[in-house]
Design a protein around this ligand. Structure first.
Ligand code: SF4
Length: 302
């Protein structure tokens, strides 16, 4: 069988090892060298271009159904859990805690639950909204496992690497949020990010109130494509008396957007985290759809 392999950046170093294994089984194997952001970003066009019969996507769970033969190969990581003992000090004031993690460690959540319950805590593990598939799992764009239990817990606990995944959950919850990073051996509350990002959002809205020309960014990535939203936003902008164009690309490239000097502000309909994490990569405001609505409402009141 002709197969295209796709790896997230952290697993690309294993490309040769995996392709040789599949070749030894009699397959004709190719490897995608494009950047890969998640299962929202399947290399289906590349697979079709080389007439592959299957895409093997490593490191992420299924995001949503696509009309192509895709095999998802999970990559679980056993993170050291002895750090949980140290977190008890920070969690002393909280009786009921919610646990979340990434797909790589979701198999360790039950062990974490057992640990905290044996120390007198009540533990709740929530369900994602839909893009993430497993209980307690969060993605940068699916924080349901934390947000759905926010009213029931005294604090949230994230166990896993980095702050990309928990940051979305922090911004969409209201309770104290403890991040336990077993690889760097750090434990810290992330609550201060709420005010920081609220300020950033208010800054973007203030910087857009005089904008007249908007570029609406649409990604062609399978799990990020939202042309319907882009069209609605364009109509809404135009009905307020301003101009808008829909800008289509597979990978949102900030330098290319910078070169589009006509636009006073951009609106993101692709990965929702672009309008949160990447706004310092461009000199003009990059608004979310909700922020655009606030801008237009403010303009109408003027
Ligand atoms: S956060 Fe963005 S990159 Fe990650 S899975 Fe969601 S849409 Fe894809």
């Amino acid at each position: 069988m002709r197969i295209l392999l796709q790896f997230p950046e952290g697993l690309k170093e294993k490309a040769l090892e995996y392709s040789r294994k599949l070749e030894a089984e009699g397959n004709e194997v190719f490897v995608s060298a494009s950047p890969t952001y998640g299962a929202c970003d399947l290399a289906i066009d590349e697979a079709k271009a080389i007439k592959a019969e299957k895409l093997v996507h490593y490191g992420h769970a299924e995001f949503h159904h696509v009309d192509f033969n895709v095999e998802y190969v999970f990559y679980t990581v056993d993170a050291p859990m002895d750090i949980l003992e140290r977190s008890l000090e920070q969690l002393k004031p909280f009786r009921t805690i919610g646990l979340v993690t990434t797909v790589q460690h979701v198999h360790q959540l039950e062990k974490a639950r057992e640990f905290y319950e044996s120390r007198g805590k009540e533990v709740i593990i929530g369900r994602p909204y839909g893009f993430a598939k497993q209980k307690g799992q969060i993605l940068g764009c699916d924080i349901g496992s934390a947000a759905s239990i926010d009213s029931k817990v005294d604090a949230h606990v994230y166990f896993g690497g980095g702050i990309f995944h928990p940051l979305g959950a922090v911004l969409h919850t209201s309770k104290p949020f403890l991040a336990i990073e077993p690889f760097t051996n750090t434990i810290e509350f992330m609550d201060h990010y709420r005010e920081k990002y609220r300020k950033r959002s208010r800054g973007k809205i203030a910087a857009s109130v005089d904008a007249k020309k908007f570029g609406i960014v649409v990604s062609t990535k399978n799990g990020q494509h939202n042309m319907n939203l882009a069209k609605l936003l364009k109509e809404r902008i135009e009905s307020s008396g301003f101009e808008a164009a829909i800008l289509v690309s597979n990978n949102v490239d900030f330098q290319s957007l910078e070169n589009m000097r006509e636009f006073d502000a951009f609106v993101n309909t692709a990965c929702p985290r672009i309008a949160v994490d990447d706004i310092t990569r461009i000199g003009r405001p990059m608004l979310s759809a909700n922020e655009l609505m606030e801008v237009l409402t403010l303009r109408e009141k003027k």
